[in-house]
Design a protein around this ligand. Structure first.
Ligand SMILES: C[S@@+](CC[C@H](N)C(=O)[O-])C[C@H]1O[C@@H](n2cnc3c(N)ncnc32)[C@H](O)[C@@H]1O
Length: 428
């Protein structure tokens, strides 16, 4: 792995999760998924974990991914919009599905994914197809990066989200909503979010194949995925509640109210269609298919549009964390090392796109660092990727008291307090 990719993955390991989705689609016999994997150098033999009917972990997990893929693609098509912003694109073959249907395709993801994926797709497409396809590095918490991608669109956009929000903190999910509202207000179109009902589409599949053992097997499947990212699925979703019987459920009214308060209106589009067909139906019994179809009737893609009556100023409380600092400042890290003390200052937004610069400078400072002081008074925002780098630096010190952040402004303090990082970085 080259140095740049290594830094990118350290800063945000969620990029690893995209390969799993691709493997699952390949396992469900999506030809283009297989081709992409081959181009990535993955051996065919390692791809197929098979569709053993007795495998109650991999088989339902594959069905979950294919179901979500098919349901979301169908909803994208039905939107009638001409441009798809795939946010995040991961390595999925959606690019082929939609360019074949004549849509403009804009694939957006973190640097580790885009740097790998865009040359692969370039090698699989002819000049005509290439005209319809663009890739952009986007961190969904970073409005400028999203706007740059959206500006490639020729008209109103369909923003499709699949397998993203379970990896975001609640603050990052808030930013995503704010950014999408700004983009849709300007360009028109809609946001199709297949993630809100994650727990329910997993349950729909696991109940169809595993009946009463669904919860137990779902928990085992989730455990298997937890090594791919340091963000635990659902941990950040405050709307997931435990019922008195101990089973999990999502409080959809709460989520909808949150969207509404951010100027976003919700319409629910069921996953179910009479003529729905999955490749993996071949690996299911007729009873399982019938049960799945029944369960799916209660699961929805959320179609989200900006509320035309929303008044930004009245609701500015959502953006107040950014109010006391200039968010336009370009990202910059300065550092100097003297007698083992590394002194740094950070300016601008520290997110997945910019945080590798800080990690690089820290690594270049070498061994033997005994203290780290960072002036963050001009840091406008820090995402979980930035916090992750600060944590790597903090953990590298023997004496944790010699790590100090100075000039912590209100915006950064609020983020640290809500994520619990204040216990490491903010001295009482
Ligand atoms: C489970 S994958 C899903 C990818 C794709 N939608 C699919 O279905 O295969 C999660 C993706 O989210 C991306 N991601 C995580 N945090 C992100 C962020 N802050 N901004 C943009 N993409 C992000 C990761 O790089 C990864 O590709």
């Amino acid at each position: 792995m080259n140095e740049e990719k290594e830094l990118n993955i350290k800063v945000n390991p969620t990029s690893n999760t995209a390969i799993t989705t691709l493997i699952m689609l390949a396992n469900a016999k999506y030809e283009k998924a297989l081709e992409i994997l081959e181009k990535m150098g993955v051996e065919k033999e390692t791809i197929f974990h098979g569709v053993d009917p007795g495998d109650m972990i991999n088989r339902p997990s594959d069905i979950v991914r294919e179901l979500r893929y098919v349901a979301l693609n169908r909803t994208i098509e039905e939107s009638g919009l001409k441009t798809l912003i795939d946010l995040p694109c991961g390595y999925t073959p959606k690019v082929f599905e939609f360019t074949e249907k004549g849509m403009q395709y804009i694939g957006c993801d973190l640097p580790a994914v885009i740097n790998d994926f865009s040359p692969i797709i370039a090698s699989m497409t002819d000049n005509e197809q290439k005209k319809q396809i663009s890739f952009r590095i986007v961190d969904v918490t970073n409005y400028e990066s999203m706007k740059a991608a959206a500006d490639l669109a020729e008209g109103p956009v369909c923003i499709a989200t699949e397998g993203l929000t379970v990896y975001l903190t609640s603050e990052e999910t808030r930013q995503l909503g704010v950014n999408i509202r700004r983009i849709l207000s300007e360009k028109g179109g809609c946001w199709l979010n297949a993630d809100v009902e994650t727990l329910d589409y997993y349950m729909a599949v696991f109940r169809a194949v595993a009946g009463d053992r669904a919860m137990e097997l779902l928990a085992a499947a989730r455990k298997g995925f937890s090594g791919q990212s340091d963000t635990d699925l659902h941990k950040n979703n405050a709307a997931v509640v435990k019922s008195s019987g101990g089973s999990l459920a999502t409080d959809y009214e709460k989520i909808e109210a949150l969207y509404r308060s951010r100027g976003l209106l919700v319409e629910k589009v069921p996953y179910f269609r009479e003529d729905l067909r999955l490749h993996l139906f071949d690996a299911m019994t007729d009873e399982e298919i019938e049960r799945l179809k029944e369960n799916m009737k209660h699961v929805n893609v959320w179609k989200i549009t900006p509320d035309p009556d929303f008044k930004e100023e009245e609701n500015a409380v959502w953006d107040s964390s950014e109010a006391d600092i200039d968010t336009e400042l370009p990202f910059e890290v300065k550092s100097s090392l003297r007698d083992g003390l590394l002194e740094m200052s950070i300016q601008g937004r520290m997110d997945t796109i910019t945080a590798p610069q800080l990690l690089k400078q820290f690594q270049e400072a070498g061994e033997g660092i005994t203290g780290i002081h960072i002036d963050v008074s001009r840091m406008a925002y820090v995402s979980s990727a930035g916090l992750r780098v600060l944590l790597i630096m903090y953990k590298s010190l023997k004496d944790k008291d010699s790590f100090e952040l100075t000039g912590v402004n209100a915006a950064i303090r609020e983020i640290m307090e809500t994520t619990g990082f204040d216990q490491f970085f903010l001295k009482p």
